[in-house]
Design a binder for this molecule. Structure first.
Ligand code: SF4
Length: 357
């Protein structure tokens, strides 16, 4: 690890030089000064790659060009635009914050780091990004890109997910920040991490930091940054049953603290292993429905989330009488109205493939 003064000064100088002369990463929110649009982009980009978030950013700014419009929007419509982006709590917090700023702060976006940090869904990284990009305040961002670039260039082996690591990287980032242009510096470290010092196969030959990069010199690129906790990915088995009656389908909204909050789904039975029709109709949830009709398996899919794999079977069943013992929180929705509701990506793909949309 090399944290001496000249090593730090070289880092900031080379990074800023690269940003002004070579960084050609073009994204619509980069020149933006409107705090509302910067906040919107940062919320969308949490847990999401820029290329994936880009169409969502464009759709949101088109539908809601200012915070008042977003605050006044119908929840269902906002969730429909968010559909497919995942981590739906972000959408819920985004709406709550838009309404808080519009109603409690008279539409004026907070302009200090401390106030921005109090907003729902905003942590230290997002607060630093908004306060530097929108207001030029001297706060350094430490996102996944910054962790990677800093740990490699300085050769830091302290785990980035330990308390010690978090403090070390934050204080190093604060020290390196180019205070005359904090927005440019923050943009530069995120861009170089996204385009040059990438997680796999970084393009060291074009990197402005190569001459003094510890990881490059000591062949540590593959082991840096270090993480203590390995991600445990568990598979969940979802069995969706499309109860159909008179061209209508039984649909309800997901509530509670589980994934896909506020999105809609057909009747769900979750099982601990992959299940066929014979096993499905022996479950307690199925017996509770008190129906003799049998579902038919029509499709399967697998969706990978960060911590989970969702393995889904889709069943269909036509029923003559709609008054079977389905839960009280659902409704019979006409097939042509399904498009008005927000669904998880895995269900949208099924509906599109099977001509419901
Ligand atoms: S030289 Fe390679 S490993 Fe070092 S900072 Fe640049 S891209 Fe990353």
């Amino acid at each position: 690890m090399d944290l001496n003064k000249s090593h730090k000064a070289y880092f900031t100088k080379r990074l800023i030089g690269w940003h002004h002369n070579e960084n050609d990463r073009d994204l619509p929110w980069k020149q933006e000064k409107d705090p509302y649009k910067i906040w919107l982009s940062e919320i969308i980009l949490q847990q999401t790659r820029a290329q994936q978030g880009l169409p969502y950013y464009l759709n949101f700014t088109k539908a809601y060009p200012n915070i008042k419009k977003l605050a006044a929007a119908n929840d269902e419509e906002v969730f429909r635009i968010w559909q497919g982006l995942g981590y739906y709590n972000r959408c819920k917090n985004m709406l709550a914050t838009a309404r808080y700023i519009t109603n409690e702060l008279k539409g004026k976006f907070p302009n200090t780091y401390e106030e921005i940090l109090t907003l729902k869904g905003v942590g230290p990284y997002t607060a630093a990004a908004i306060s530097s990009f929108a207001f030029g305040l001297p706060h350094a961002v430490v996102d996944g890109n910054a962790y990677r670039v800093l740990s490699r260039y300085f050769g830091i082996e302290t785990p980035i997910d330990s308390n010690e690591g978090k403090q070390l990287f934050q204080s190093l980032a604060n020290e390196l920040l180019y205070k005359d242009d904090s927005a440019g510096y923050n943009q530069a470290i995120m861009d170089i991490g996204a385009t040059v010092c990438t997680p796999k196969n970084p393009i060291c030959t074009t990197c402005p930091l190569i001459d003094r990069c510890v990881a490059f010199k000591q062949n540590l690129i593959d082991i840096l940054p270090v993480k203590t906790k390995k991600l445990v990915v568990r598979t969940r088995y979802f069995n969706y049953i499309f109860f159909q009656h008179n061209e209508k389908i039984w649909i309800h909204k997901r509530t509670g603290k589980d994934i896909w909050q506020n999105l809609h789904e057909p009747f769900l039975i979750e099982t601990i292993i992959k299940t066929d029709v014979a096993t499905l109709i022996k479950t307690d949830e199925w017996s509770h429905l008190k129906t003799k009709a049998k579902p038919i398996l029509i499709d399967s899919s697998t969706q990978k989330l960060t911590h989970r794999i969702i393995d889904t079977n889709f069943f269909s069943i036509d029923i003559k009488e709609p008054n079977i013992n389905l839960p009280g929180d659902g409704n019979w929705v006409k097939k042509q109205d399904l498009k008005k509701l927000a669904f998880p990506k895995t269900i949208v793909s099924f509906l599109e493939k099977n001509f419901y949309f």
